[in-house]
Every structure is written in structure tokens, then in C-alpha cells.
Design a binder for this molecule. Structure first.
Ligand SMILES: [Zn+2]
Length: 233
């Protein structure tokens, strides 16, 4: 998980239809009508806008949902808990099926870390031995609890994610070793690899940035953040 860029304005289609969509969902939840919480057309409007926020990835695990299906619409406060938040733009985040399903209707995320409000890099550390997310060693008890809660809420230490984080870290380490070997003359293929690392759509940015930070390459970390968060450098 890494910090997301500034949330774009509420999509026009949502502003126009919010009351209608909310009323429809209220009738369904109250058993007065049948159907999903949103129509396919409504979901498409929301999904298109949300994908933009994370460059098509899951807000929580940084995986690419397209590999296993569509991006899903995660309600940070569950849509069954507070109907008025079901179509509240600030309550919606893009998620993969696994993260969305694991959280389910948990309605009190408590002090869990939100990538659109917090900076997860101030909380998380990836254990290079097994790829698991842990609290940074200098975390206080409250921060450590937020990390534990967030990992549990979205099952962020599931096997496939840990494997992918380790793979990312090893790929970056190999690249760094090759850069060190060649010294000043960085070859086009090494540059091409770097462009791919800092591509906003590349997954597992937390893993990338952790290795770059350890190698004292703060400028590359900042470049990656700027591109992902769409800030000017
Ligand atoms: Zn996910």
C-alpha cells in the first residue's frame, strides 16, 4: 500500500444521479425491491473514475485487478452500515476482488490505514525474508496496532502478495547491482528497466521504494511518488 494522489472531483455522472442511486439502494436494502446495490451503468461510471486514482491497481494490495477480473468498488464505510455513504465519492476506493471480499461488510475499520488519507510508507515495512508487511521498527504501539488491523482487514499478507513483493525487491536489487557494475555509463536497457519501475501502473511500489531508500536513492523514490500521485516534480 502506498499513498494515493489527490482524489479527482466527484464524477459528473455521480453528482447527477447520487440521490436517485441512493434511493434505489435504500429500497433494495429495505427489501422493497430486488437487485444489486448499483446498476451496471452506475458501477461503470464509478469504476472508470476510481481506476484513475490508482492507475488501475488495487488501493490496498497494489495488485492489478485486471489480471483476475474487474476493479471492484470498495466502500470504506460499508454500504449496508450507512446508506448515505454508498454513493459518497470520498467513501469509495478501487480494490481487487480478494481485498474487497476479505473486508466484506466490516463496518468499523477503526484506525486502519487509508491510502487516500494516510501515508502508508510511514507505517509499513516489508520483511525481505518473507515479503510480509510489518510495522516499521520505530512505530509506537498505536501505529503498530493500525498496521496489524489493516493487514487483517484486507488479508495483506496472503501468499501471492508476499511472493510478488519479494520478487519486486529482488528485481530492483539486481538492477541496482548492474548499475553499480557499469558505473557512469548506464546502458539503454538499464534505463528502460528504470522507466518501468517508475511507471505508475507498475505494481508493488512499496517494495520498490523500500529497496531504493535502502540504497540511498531518495531522488528516485521521490520521482516515483510524483508520477504515481500525479504531482509536478
Ligand atoms: Zn487488493
Amino acid at each position: 500500500m502506498v499513498r494515493l494522489g489527490r482524489r479527482p472531483p466527484t464524477p459528473k455522472g455521480l453528482t447527477r444521479n447520487k440521490t436517485k442511486w441512493t434511493d434505489r439502494w435504500r429500497r433494495i436494502r429495505d427489501g422493497k425491491a430486488k437487485g444489486d446495490w448499483a446498476t451496471p451503468a452506475a458501477k461503470k461510471i464509478l469504476r472508470d473514475a476510481l481506476e484513475d486514482l490508482t492507475h488501475g491497481k488495487c488501493s490496498f494490495c497494489e495488485g492489478r485487478p485486471r489480471a483476475t477480473g474487474d476493479v471492484e468498488i470498495e466502500h470504506y464505510i460499508a454500504k449496508t452500515t450507512d446508506i448515505d455513504l454508498a454513493f459518497e465519492w470520498a467513501n469509495l476506493l478501487p480494490a481487487c476482488h480478494n481485498c474487497n471480499r476479505t473486508k466484506g461488510n466490516t463496518n468499523s475499520p477503526g484506525t486502519a490505514i487509508r491510502p487516500d488519507e494516510d501515508d502508508p510508507e510511514l507505517y509499513f515495512w516489508i520483511n525481505p525474508a518473507n515479503g510480509e508487511l510489518e510495522a516499521l521498527s520505530d512505530s509506537d504501539a498505536e501505529m503498530a496496532e493500525s498496521v496489524r488491523l489493516t493487514v487483517e482487514l484486507f488479508d495483506l499478507n496472503r501468499g501471492e502478495l508476499c511472493v510478488n513483493r519479494v520478487l519486486m525487491m529482488e528485481t530492483v536489487k539486481r538492477w541496482l547491482n548492474r548499475v553499480r557494475e557499469v558505473g557512469e555509463e548506464v546502458s539503454p536497457d538499464l534505463e528502460e528497466e528504470l522507466r518501468e519501475f517508475v511507471n505508475p501502473r507498475t505494481h508493488h511500489k512499496l517494495a520498490l521504494r523500500q529497496v531504493l531508500k535502502q540504497a540511498a536513492l531518495a531522488d528516485l523514490v521521490e520521482l516515483d511518488r510524483q508520477r504515481f500521485e500525479r504531482r509536478a516534480g
